[in-house]
Design a protein around this ligand. Structure first.
Ligand code: PGA
Length: 252
């Protein structure tokens, strides 16, 4: 069965001191409040992965990277490879966040390479997709997001596909305080699942966790997560507050 998952995406925030405090608060709350039935992941900046893993040990919290290189190793100054992440036992990596697509020109084609190398190294990709406001207003959102899946994922075998997590994040809802309604989220998630089912069959599509991202907060998480095809959230801003983030996790 697919699992419920809540991932915090810290983006390019926190000092080292703040990161240590935040990671240990989240880890301790998840442990002390005996949260179960939800996989909790914190996607921290690269330099903090090691300490966040250490602080999370034995608490049930997992760490994730926010990006990776499509290259295995070599002369790529400033890049971080999945083999590095694997050697640090980092289990998750966010791939194709809309901020990477927009500011770092990551195309569906490039993301194919990142997905492949992450899977080949046993990392679980959290593959992000989502449309702009313009695309939604033009009524092309379903087609656009399905196309992102087709172009970046449909070369995978069913077995590979089942190893990844999808995060639907409408760009117009990221960091804007404007969430998709619970109905809009469920509608898109159902559409994505049926798109996966068309290619891979129902049984496979039912196994894939699809997260919603975009201004998820403690006061709207419960309603959003209630959607039958919504298996959790990718949480940006609200994951920087430990209490709020853990309350979101507890919305299940
Ligand atoms: P937000 O970000 O929760 O701050 O809207 C979500 C994301 O970009 O993953």
């Amino acid at each position: 069965m697919r699992k419920n998952l809540v991932a915090g995406n810290w983006k390019m925030n926190t000092s080292f001191q703040e990161a240590k405090k935040l990671a240990s608060e989240v880890a301790n709350m998840v442990k002390d409040e005996e949260i179960s039935g939800v996989e909790v992941v914190i996607c921290v900046p690269f330099p903090y992965l090691s300490v966040a893993s250490k602080l999370s040990e034995g608490t049930g919290v997992k760490v994730g990277a926010q990006n990776c290189s499509q290259k295995a190793s070599g002369a790529y100054t400033g890049e971080v490879s999945v083999t590095m992440l694997k050697s640090m036992e980092v289990p998750y990596v966010v791939i194709g966040h809309s901020e990477r697509r927009e500011y770092f020109s990551e195309s569906n084609e490039l993301l194919t390479e990142k997905i492949d190398i992450a899977l080949a190294n046993d990392l679980t990709p959290i593959f992000c997709c989502g449309e702009s406001l313009e695309t939604r207003e033009a009524g092309d959102h379903f087609e656009f997001v399905c196309q992102q899946l087709t172009e970046s994922l449909f070369h995978l075998t069913a077995e590979q596909l089942q190893k990844l997590v999808i995060a639907y994040e409408p760009i117009w809802a990221i960091g804007t305080g404007k969430t998709a309604s619970a109905e809009q989220a469920q509608e898109m998630h159902a559409k994505l699942r049926s798109h996966l089912a068309n290619q891979y069959g129902n049984e496979v599509a039912e196994e894939i966790s699809i997260l919603y991202g975009g201004s998820v907060k403690p006061n709207n998480a419960k309603e959003i997560f209630a959607g039958k095809d919504v298996d959790g959230g990718l949480v940006g801003g609200a994951s920087l507050d430990s209490r709020g983030f853990v309350d979101i996790i507890k919305s299940f």
